[in-house]
Design a protein around this ligand. Sequence first.
Ligand code: ES4
Ligand code: ZN
Length: 326
Amino acid sequence: ERLPELLRGMPKAELHIHIEGSLEPELIFALAQRNRVAIPYASVEELRSAYAFSNLQSFLDIYYAGASVLLTEQDFYDMAHAYLARAATDNVAHTEIFFDPQTHTARGVAIDTVINGLHRACVDAQKQWGLSAVLILCFLRHLSEEDAFATLEQALPLRDKFIGVGLDSSELGHPPEKFAKVFAKCRSLGLRLVAHAGEEGPPAYIWSALDVLKVERIDHGVQSVHDALLMQRLAQDRIPLTVCPLSNQKLRVFPDLADHNLGALLDAGLVATVNSDDPAYFGGYINENFTQTFAATGLTAQHAYQLAYNSFEGSFIEASQKRVFQ
Ligand code: ES4
Ligand code: ZN
């Protein structure tokens, strides 16, 4: 009968988490000291007080600045280990973690350093907590497709350490079509495909993510409610939407959490899920996203079961394994 206990206790999969967005101010300061990197904030409190955003770009500027303290394989391990420990306490049984290699290779960090550190943390999470964790490499959409191809080429020797590719960063002005060729190449390599679309951008970007990039899942996708035909398509093809309510509130996609359309997406039969996006920046990990959203919008226990079920259905784990959870 107590909904928050149900939400916290239920096994769930997290399908939309940027590992660089899990970097807490305390760890940013510790890594800055360890690596002797200068950051333009005097204290943890001063840094945290800069986390007041007005849209996606205002967040991305500070998110890329925070990531500048990451230099060694151990740094990437420590960041991912901290997230995975936190996810385990939220009863996350499976997580699919985004990472942004270009944010690091642009600073001279080798892609092997990034991937090997993150991957070792994923291996250890399975051993320590029975938490299965896999990696999805994201291309930064504000950079060129040529840059994405170069990144893919650098990552291919580590092909067995990530399961798929995604598309993130500044959405407006950078439609999915910009990355048609590199996604086609990734598809031919057997990589799983996802893309951010319809966070701030129009339904047209969701259509092109599906029809041009041929993605299997849409990250965010909340703008689909403005296109009835698109809603039909998403429902019919059971295309999962990885929704991030606290992110949407903090970046003012919705004026208030009470205005969020998660309930409308679920009631239309879409495979919507709840995720944290960038938990260190948006004020909460996955369980906080569940409890705050349910409190603000009046979703029910029935919706809770549906969201937990959807999270495993929408995941890239094997069908045989999904039955264990569902
Ligand atoms: C992101 Cl909320 C969001 N949107 C697009 N790209 C991102 N990278 C990290 N968080
Ligand atoms: Zn995201």
